[in-house]
Write a protein that binds this ligand. Structure first.
Ligand code: G3D
Ligand code: MG
Length: 179
């Protein structure tokens, strides 16, 4: 019965894919979530706990959890991991000093059992800022090419204008259909 319902839901395209949005505080996670939802920049406050919204792209439903990124909140990320099919890692491309901290958080997540089958989309955000790091630089520091056990994609973007976000979502949609 459960299987039948799951099959029907897939046919009618209403299967929901759980997504967690992670990254250090100030990376632009909340701005990205609300840009997905409203197609405009909204004023954000520092996230304490989480925001959750449903985003629908051509019949594919994503339930997106935007998690607080401050150091004290990062230890709670793993409580959101179960059943997550996607991780969106948001990077502030102007924040050279903390890219190694992001790297540490990324590899900790990838090693987590609950995320074994998760696909990872990395948004190199704030590409509008002069002298921000390019996706190539970020890929190199994060040694993305060494990640063989998770599908991953890096995408430059600007959450304020939304540039680059649709391409990231399309990649997620293409991954969702292969799951
Ligand atoms: P977080 O949820 O990851 O902590 P927020 O980050 O979404 O709250 O964004 C943190 C700050 O970065 C916000 O500025 C927001 O406007 C800004 N920001 C987000 N995305 C971009 C971007 O693509 N380009 C630029 N230039 N700024 C961005 P404030 O000033 O409100 O703190
Ligand atoms: Mg936030």
């Amino acid at each position: 019965m459960g299987q039948l319902i799951a099959k029907l839901m897939r046919i009618f395209g209403s299967q929901e894919h759980k997504v967690i949005i992670v990254g250090l505080d100030n990376a632009g996670k909340t701005t990205i979530l609300y840009q997905f939802l409203t197609n405009e920049a909204v004023h954000t406050c520092s996230t304490i706990g989480s925001n959750v919204e449903e985003i629908v792209l051509q019949k594919t439903h994503f339930l997106m959890w935007d998690l607080g990124g401050q150091e004290t909140l990062r230890s709670t990320w793993d409580t959101y991991y179960s059943n997550a099919e996607f991780v969106i890692l948001v990077i502030d491309s102007t924040d050279r000093n903390r890219l190694l901290t992001t790297r540490e958080e990324l590899y900790k997540m990838l090693a987590h059992e609950a995320l074994r089958d998760a696909s990872v989309l990395i948004f190199a955000n704030k590409q509008d800022v002069k002298d921000s790091m390019t996706t190539a630089e970020i890929s190199q520091v994060l040694t993305l090419s060494a990640i063989k056990d998770h599908p991953w994609q890096i995408q430059g973007c600007c959450a304020l204008t939304g540039e680059g976000l649709p391409a990231g979502l399309q990649w997620m949609k293409s991954q969702a259909t292969t799951k």
